[in-house]
Design a protein around this ligand. Sequence first.
Ligand code: PLP
Length: 440
Amino acid sequence: PSTNSNISSDTSRNTVLFERARALIPGGVNSPVRAFKAVGGTPRFVQRAQGAYFWDADGKRYIDYIGSWGPMILGHGHPPVVEAVQKAVLEGFSYGAPTEREVELAEEIVKLVPSIEMLRLVSSGTEASMSAIRLARGATGRSKIIKFEGCYHGHADALLVKAGSGLATFGNPTSAGVPPEVVQHTLVLEYNHIAQLEEAFALHGSNTACLIIEPIAGNMNFVRASVPFMKRCRELCTQHGVLLVFDEVMTGFRVALGGAQSVYARSIPGFKPDMTVLGKVIGGGMPLAAFGGTRAVMEQLAPLGPVYQAGTLSGNPVATACGLATLREISKPGFYEALGERTRSLVSGLTRVAAQAGIPFCGDSEGGMFGFFLMEKLPQNYATVMTTDSPAFNRFFHAMLDKGVYYAPALYEAGFVSSAHTAEDIEATVEAAAQFFAGR
Ligand code: PLP
């Protein structure tokens, strides 16, 4: 197939691959959202990617606003990262013994995120948040945890839970295969609801190990925790001896070099979470994640302390090479200013052309992460996000896909801009949206 065609709308090879995949892999995919179930149609099978683009199995090019769901902050195939990975591969894939590179990566993370005094490397965000919760429970000797509706922390059993019928009852599993007993200690609250938070702490604060939150939630599109809400989370956690766990798998090194916690620290002086969960950008596209926090808490982890946690591929030498090279690139002066500006230009461009066409639309962004809604006003919680006109979103998604723009195939997912996206890419994207809004 041609490698630079942007005109083919023939998706025949994608269809053939999807059929082959469905015969052997449940739903044809190795992670559910890739299947296009929410938006309908045939998933695009990626043949290769470079910079801000990927090409599907039919050779059609797309401007990529997913970037592997967040990791590809430098775009695809960024030369210094590719070189670091190539060099690392020649030195060995995995040893199951410590390496200098793990120490370097830990040093780099601790330097960039001041709330992290010690950390452990793992291979996925799921593993990192699951381990952080076990550690919080082990360190406090308490069982209960608080999470928020619409926040995703990976697919560990205790976190696949939706709100129960009231604050006195705990959550219900959202997946078959999770016994109710496993989620009986998980309390699910509404995001940005201060009065409910206060009530929950009054009832359960003394038995709660941790509160885990996506500070800027990217798994219900893009919803910020308000500053007063975050301030109250911090105060209540401190008051009740509950560990505040920031899940920055998505926002870490994505919204700012110091993560979302550095964004909140601008408004709340001295603000810090007790623990942080990282993933995505720290691996630069390789399987790598981490959890970290204060020394006192982290020293409870095996082999120092009683909380067990381990991994055959943890701190993998190729993944750490990729992560380190990525962190070095994004630490360069001016990186986030440029990325933030580019991302804002996308959101403001889309907002402008929607307004010109009289379409309800709003959006928000921080650093290289953005979200937009086909509604007048930015939602503050999951229930409001889910009132989006989903057939309208699906029409928008498919129209953009036809025009070679790849947004997340679900209305509850955030989008990502990389440093490889040019002003021309943004302009082309906004123009494609303008055509759709104008009915062309
Ligand atoms: N936490 C957040 C905020 C995420 O967005 C994700 C994945 O999208 C996870 C945790 C789980 O990470 P992983 O998919 O690497 O297991």
